[in-house]
Write a protein that binds this ligand. Structure first.
Ligand code: GTP
Ligand code: MG
Length: 217
């Protein structure tokens, strides 16, 4: 079962389109620690944001079907740069450093957070942010801060629940209902929620379809 909420909104040909795009070559372009070094802004971008350890790098690996494209870790704070990947030279995927808790110095976290926020506010080709939220924990105050920023900057974001393999059906339904309610007052939030497990490959085909529409043809 790839769609645990039971919704089945996509046609076979849409799934095929998403599957094909994400089966193409995905190439690491570069990792940047400050905004002076960003790659050219000539392709649409989608960025994966969320608290440390929420599963951003794992989701990127699951989407692209690679085990080690983006480095993952049990230690929050693994991703310390903005990492840019080119998917078939048609869509840029950006693995962002996590915000919130990380086992590194406060100064270092403050520096990433500044860079991250400046990127999210000012990056012209950024079409959408996937805002990852751990399904066990739900939205935290730092996530709301990020949502405020995206709402103010009018950057569209899709909330993606992660690690749903850790949750029962009822808990997941309750989490989705509460979240959908909260998102109603968020102008830049996509009204729907993506539910995923990188580990069990749940919701991955759906998310590919959603992201494939952002790629250049
Ligand atoms: P930072 O780069 O530190 O911000 O973390 P991240 O958001 O990139 O998280 P990462 O992908 O490194 O994963 C963090 C931990 O969560 C790792 O131990 C993963 O194995 C685990 N994890 C990621 N996705 C899933 C999932 O779908 N299910 C379960 N059970 N664990 C997951
Ligand atoms: Mg990471």
């Amino acid at each position: 079962m790839d769609n645990p909420t039971g919704r089945n909104e996509y046609t076979e040909s849409q799934f095929e389109h998403g599957r094909r795009l994400f089966a193409r070559e995905c190439r690491f372009i570069l990792g940047v620690a400050d905004l002076g070094q960003l790659p050219p802004a000539d392709l649409p971008e989608v960025a994966f944001a969320g608290r440390s350890n929420v599963g951003k790098s794992s989701l990127l690996n699951a989407l692209t079907g690679r085990k080690t494209l983006a480095r993952t870790s049990n230690t929050p704070g693994r991703t310390r740069q903005l990492n840019f990947f080119s998917l078939d030279e048609r869509l840029i995927l950006v693995d962002l450093p996590g915000y919130g808790y990380a086992r590194v110095s406060k100064t270092e976290v403050a520096a990433w957070t500044r860079t991250l926020k400046a990127y999210l506010r000012g990056r012209a080709p950024l079409r959408q942010v996937c805002l990852l939220v751990d399904s066990r924990h739900g939205i935290k105050p730092v996530d709301r801060e990020m949502m405020d920023l995206l709402d103010e900057a009018a950057v569209i974001y899709l909330v993606v629940l992660t690690k749903i393999d850790k949750l029962g059906h009822d808990e997941l339904d309750a989490r989705c209902a509460a979240l959908a309610d909260e998102l109603k007052s968020r102008p830049a939030a996509h009204p729907e929620i993506a539910v995923t497990s990188a580990e069990k490959r749940l919701g991955i085909a759906d998310l590919r379809v959603r992201l494939a529409v952002l790629a250049i043809p």
